[in-house]
Structures are given as structure tokens and as C-alpha cells.
Design a protein around this ligand. Structure first.
Ligand code: NAD
Ligand code: DAU
Length: 336
């Protein structure tokens, strides 16, 4: 049985990953999360009493606090999700992105080395590769050419991980994935925002001409890839994960409206995101060949399940939108 320190486990992908690890195997999980606006412990309400699960509130950029966490828990493995993750917010102010994504990652690498953590899994993104034209795919060999403050802070964190491998011979694996969607995604990202707005009869803001392309992956498919990279990935290697589901944004938005039985008159074209990357597409050949991983969900199945989840869990996203979710930690854990 190993002890896994999951950072950012109260967020979207991290909470799905924690749940997956608790469903199988015998790992003990410490979920370390600062509970920023994106952290929501209601995402893990169903597992919070599991005896293999523990929550610790902490800021990964606070070296002193991290020293105490590593000294107490001595993790065998770190799986690092914690990040500022929303591109639009990074355009408005990149400060928190540099602090958490770059400095926070460096602090975790330092503590992992000091406390002899066996493996460090760094969860990164396809956005570090930049933007594609109409053709081609990102492979692990594609040069890093990040364009937004968010993706540049992730690229910087990837390079700190690379330096830890090269300089300190740490056992680190980097995963890079395309756009996730599914249950518990914060309704500022395209798919949950459009579902929630449509359900409330609000306008759906589509940036620019709506023809930017993302490669959509269902969140548990990404989590399975991370789990395989954690267990069987080779030290120092990068693994790409994609969903084989390239779609234009406007197609995704119209599909959501169709599934909800709502009219396209809700669509509202708005000013484009500054520096908006045109197209992302992943080549996951390496992960398929060496990790035996493959995404299980088609986009059509995954989107239907996701729309159903948001319809059935209206209370979850209403509490996010009203801010009520931020009182949950205080109520359940009595913490500040
Ligand atoms: P998210 O924004 O939903 O969750 C981020 C979590 O990190 C939150 O729980 C937040 O409280 C926590 N956090 C933020 N700053 C922290 C700090 N200083 N200390 C401790 N915890 C902190 O993000 P997500 O969409 O679940 O993404 C998770 C990871 O996966 C990120 O590293 C992101 O770059 C990467 N990723 C995301 C996607 C995607 O489509 N969402 C795709 C590829 C990779
Ligand atoms: O590719 C992986 C990345 O995917 C992750 O690393 C990021 O953490 C995650 O946020 C996501 O980044 P994107 O910028 O691609 O996701 P977002 O949901 O913000 O936007 C998806 C597309 O939809 C993008 O082309 C912008 C567009 N969009 C987004 C919003 C929020 C709109 O047209 N309208 C909107 O209101």
C-alpha cells in the first residue's frame, strides 16, 4: 500500500482522480488543496469518510507549510494537479499563475527530493505546445511554444520538472492532456458554462467566429491515463493524452442546446479572447503503445453523460454560482 499525495484534489480533474483511486486498489490518499475559488470539497462529499482518504488544506507555494505536510505524511508518490487553470483569468492577471504553477511546482519538487518521494507525476497540458493550423498533431517532440500566461506558466513548470530529472535524477513523469469535460467541472469553462447558462435561459457567449478547435476528452479517461503513467510510466518521459474528438466550439455549443432541447437563439457571439489559440489536437500514440491506455468515451457519449449530470446536479452548480460552496469546508471540517 502506498501513500499518494494528490495536490489540487478538490478541483475538477483532481477530485475525479481521487475518487478513481479510492474505488480500486489500496492506496492511501492525502488530498492537499488550498481551496481557491476553484477548490470545492463538495466534489468529494461521497468519499470524505473513507478511511483511506484525508484532506489537508495548504498552499503549495508556501515552502514552510509544505515542509510540514511532507514531514508528517512522507508520501511515496506525488500526483500534482494543483494549478490556476483558467486562461481568461490569466489574461486579466497572471500573478497567481506564476506563484502557484511555477513557484508551487518548484516547492513541491524541492520537498519531494528532500523527503525522498519515489515518484513525482506532473499533470500538464497540451497548451504548452502552442496552436496548430488546420493540419497536424502535437507529439511529445513538438517544441514548447505556449501562448497565454496560463500555458506559459504551465510550460515553465514542465521545465522545472525536466530540470529536476536532469540535474537531481528525480523520478518524474509529465502528462500532457487535451481539454477535459465531465462531472464537477467549474462552470467557467466552455462546456459547463454553456450547459448552466442554457438551463437558466441565459445567453451563451461564443468567442470570435466560434471555429476554434479543441480535442475533447472525458475526465475519467484522462484520470486513467494519469494512473497508468503513475504506475508504469518511465522516469523522465512525457506522455500525451487526447480524446480523438476534435470539434469546433460552435459545434459543441449547438450540440449542448440540442441535447437540452433549447433553441440556438441563445447563442451570442462575443469579442474574441486575446491571443486565442486556434486549434489543439493530440497524438497519443506513445501512451497507447507504452502504457496500454486508450480513451473509452466517444465525444457523443461523454457529452450526453455530462449534460445529464449537470441537469441532475443543478444544486451542485447553483451552489458554485452563488458562492455557497465556499462555506462547506468550515461546516464539515471546522477549519478557517
Ligand atoms: P481546477 O481549476 O478545477 O482545480 C485546481 C485545484 O488546484 C483547485 O482545487 C484549487 O483549489 C487548487 N489550487 C490552486 N492553487 C493552489 C495552491 N496554491 N495550493 C494548493 N492548491 C491549489 O483545475 P483542473 O481543470 O482540475 O486542472 C487540474 C490540472 O490539470 C491543472 O494542473 C491543469 O493545468 C491540468 N489540465 C487541465 C485540463 C482541463 O481541461 N481542465 C487539461 C489538461 C491539463
Ligand atoms: O487544452 C487543455 C486546457 O483546456 C487546460 O490546460 C486548461 O486548464 C483548460 O481551461 C482548457 O483551456 P481552454 O482555454 O481551451 O478551455 P475553455 O473551456 O476556457 O475554452 C474552450 C474553448 O471555448 C476556447 O476556444 C475558448 C472558447 N470559449 C470559452 C469560454 C469560457 C468560448 O467561446 N466562450 C466561453 O465563454
Amino acid at each position: 500500500m502506498s501513500k499518494i499525495l494528490v495536490t489540487g484534489g478538490a478541483g475538477f480533474i483532481g477530485s475525479n482522480f481521487v475518487r478513481m483511486l479510492l474505488q480500486g486498489g489500496d492506496h492511501r490518499i492525502v488530498n492537499l488543496d488550498a481551496l481557491t475559488y476553484a477548490g470545492n470539497l463538495e466534489n468529494l462529499q461521497d468519499v470524505e469518510r473513507n478511511e483511506r482518504y484525508q484532506f489537508v488544506r495548504g498552499d503549495i507555494a508556501d515552502a514552510k507549510a509544505m515542509d510540514a505536510v511532507f514531514a508528517e505524511h512522507r508520501p511515496d508518490v506525488v500526483v500534482h494537479f494543483a494549478a490556476e487553470s483558467h486562461v481568461d483569468r490569466s489574461v486579466l492577471d497572471a500573478t497567481a499563475f506564476v506563484r502557484t504553477n511555477v513557484i508551487g511546482t518548484q516547492v513541491l519538487l524541492d520537498k519531494s527530493r528532500q523527503y525522498k518521494t519515489q515518484r513525482f507525476v506532473h499533470v500538464s497540458t497540451d497548451e504548452v505546445y502552442g496552436s496548430l493550423g488546420a493540419w497536424g498533431y502535437f507529439t511529445e517532440e513538438t517544441p514548447i511554444q505556449s501562448n497565454s500566461p496560463y500555458s506559459s506558466s504551465k510550460a515553465a513548470s514542465d521545465l522545472m520538472v525536466r530540470a529536476a530529472v536532469h540535474t537531481h535524477h528525480m523520478d518524474c513523469v509529465i502528462t500532457r492532456c487535451s481539454n477535459n469535460y465531465g462531472p464537477f467541472q467549474f462552470p467557467e469553462k466552455l462546456i459547463p458554462l454553456m450547459i448552466a447558462n442554457a438551463l437558466e435561459g441565459k445567453k451563451l457567449p461564443v468567442y470570435g467566429d466560434g471555429k476554434n478547435v479543441r480535442d475533447w476528452i472525458y475526465v475519467t479517461d484522462h484520470c486513467e491515463g494519469i494512473r497508468e503513467a503513475m504506475a508504469n510510466g518511465k522516469a523522465g518521459e512525457v506522455y500525451n493524452f487526447g480524446g480523438n474528438a476534435e470539434r469546433e466550439n460552435i459545434f459543441v455549443v449547438k450540440e449542448i442546446l440540442r441535447l437540452l432541447g433549447k433553441g440556438e437563439d441563445l447563442i451570442h457571439y462575443v469579442k474574441d479572447r486575446p491571443g486565442h489559440d486556434r486549434r489543439y489536437a493530440m497524438d497519443s500514440t506513445k501512451a497507447k503503445a507504452t502504457l496500454g491506455w486508450t480513451p473509452r468515451h466517444t465525444f457523443e457519449e461523454g457529452l450526453r453523460q455530462t449534460v445529464d449530470w449537470y441537469v441532475q446536479n443543478k444544486a451542485w452548480w447553483e451552489r458554485v454560482r452563488s458562492g455557497a460552496y465556499q462555506t462547506y469546508y468550515q461546516q464539515q471540517y471546522g477549519g478557517r
